[in-house]
Design a protein around this ligand. Structure first.
Ligand code: ATP
Ligand code: MG
Ligand code: MG
Ligand code: MG
Length: 410
């Protein structure tokens, strides 16, 4: 089943259950504290906190997301992409746990044809109600695992709605890892769907529950790309139909078929950058713009390590489906050319210093100040080479430098 059909199957199914389908919220949210929309519920926060009313008590969306927190997992795990689509059904003071669970289980098994015996379920330790409800839906007790609040308690990290969650995992089989359920080995057991049961008013911490919410709400997120990986029988999210053309373009650019993890990283980062550029974000030195810049720089550096010495990202950007291309190619190419110049200039010095041992603050500062070498990149490269970095020394030099130039301006 192709990704588009996975999406339409989801939306059709919930339309049949009286959900109103809404367009996705903006990838760059209005909220200043949030870099990018990272879940389907983001656009509904005002509804969940009671500040505004939803247009219908039952809603559904297909939400493009960007998660910068997963950046170190890209190419390392099979299941993480920096950008992915989250399919969600939401209920506002309408149905609750029982229906949300039954709807999800039926869609996965009857709608998508997943084998029941491969599904595992986690619940919040102590949430016997959820255990009973899954049991009532025919799930054997041994495939329901209780986990702690780090995994199965949800809140926004601020006073407001909170509650237990239950997650549905798919067992990819013994060839991937040992048995024991999601509690043990997350590469074998892939989390597909998170069901959030908002029912408590939270105080200043997750331990401080003030009471029940006036209305109980449902928020769910099903990872389209993870489901595609399972349904298409491929080994990771980067080989599903939505991403594969980009992965192929990267392979073409390197002319290599080894180093699969590096190829996935490049495809993932360029795809994310293109998506962000298409929504109007431009590479820059801070905030959202810096995320785009950093993604592209990480991609370029990986390409250089793979032996690609000429600019290639324009062609890779063109391979990205799902978003209107246009301006992205040009922006990506310009950024690549500029960064290749920077890399050429700084690499010699960096290599020499890395061979000598721990990087002194002076070296990091010189790379930054003279060669325009971004500090996070220096730290990353040093980490890869197993060399320590005196970041405190660097910070001190930066402060002195700022003070000097401020004095000079005065
Ligand atoms: P994981 O524990 O695997 O990192 P998560 O618990 O962080 O996932 P949620 O925040 O519960 O994920 O998001 C809901 C769903 O969105 C997940 O069940 C998964 O299917 C999907 N999802 C989350 N992060 C990613 C990602 N980086 N790439 C692809 N899909 C994702
Ligand atoms: Mg995660
Ligand atoms: Mg999880
Ligand atoms: Mg989760």
């Amino acid at each position: 089943m192709r990704s588009e059909q996975i999406r339409s199957t989801f939306l059709d199914y919930f339309r049949g259950l009286d959900h109103l389908e809404l367009p996705p919220g903006p990838l760059v949210p209005d909220e200043r504290d949030l870099l990018f929309t990272n879940a389907g519920m983001v656009q509904f926060k005002p509804c969940f906190v009671g500040a505004s009313r939803p247009p219908h008590p039952r809603l559904s969306t297909a939400q493009p997301c960007v998660r910068t927190v997963d950046i170190d997992k890209i190419g390392v795990t099979d299941r993480h992409a920096t950008t992915f689509e989250m399919l969600g059904n939401f209920a506002f003071a309408d149905y609750f746990k029982r229906e949300a669970m039954a709807y999800a289980l039926r869609l996965l098994t009857e709608g998508y044809g997943l084998e029941r015996d491969r599904l595992w379920f986690t619940v919040l330790r102590g949430d016997e109600e959820s255990v009973d409800l899954w049991r009532g839906l025919g799930v054997p007790a041994e495939r329901i695992q209780p986990l702690g609040p780090d995994d199965n308690f949800w809140s926004m990290g601020v006073p407001g709605p909170s509650g237990p969650t239950s997650e549905i995992f798919y067992d990819r089989g013994p060839s991937i890892g040992r048995d024991g359920g999601p509690a043990v080995d997350s590469e074998r057991f892939v989390e597909l769907w998170n069901l959030v049961f908002m029912q408590y008013e939270r105080g200043r911490s997750d331990d401080e529950i003030l009471g029940d919410l006036p209305g109980r709400h449902i928020d769910t997120g099903l990872g389209r790309d993870r489901l595609a990986m399972v349904l298409q029988g491929v080994g990771n999210v980067h080989e599903t139909d939505a991403v594969l053309p980009t992965l192929r373009a990267v392979r073409e650019a390197t002319g290599r078929d080894d180093e699969p993890s590096a190829h996935r990283l490049v495809a993932d980062h360029v795809r994310t950058a293109v998506r962000l550029i298409a929504t109007g974000v431009r590479p820059g030195n801070e905030g959202r713009g810096y995320v785009v810049r950093r993604l592209l720089r990480r991609a370029v550096r990986r390409l250089v390590l793979l032996g690609v010495d000429e600019p290639v990202l324009g062609a890779v950007a063109d391979s990205v489906t799902e978003v209107p291309g246009g301006v992205a190619r040009e922006v990506v190419e310009r950024e690549e050319r500029a960064f290749r110049r920077t890399l050429r200039a700084g690499n010699r010095l960096l290599d020499t210093e890395l061979a000598r041992g721990p990087l002194r603050g002076e070296t990091v500062f010189k790379l930054h100040d003279t060669y325009g070498f971004p500090v996070d990149l220096t730290v990353e490269i040093a980490r890869e080479s197993g060399v320590a970095v005196d970041t405190d020394g660097f910070e001190r030099l930066m402060r002195e430098h700022r003070e000097r130039s401020r004095a000079a301006t005065r």
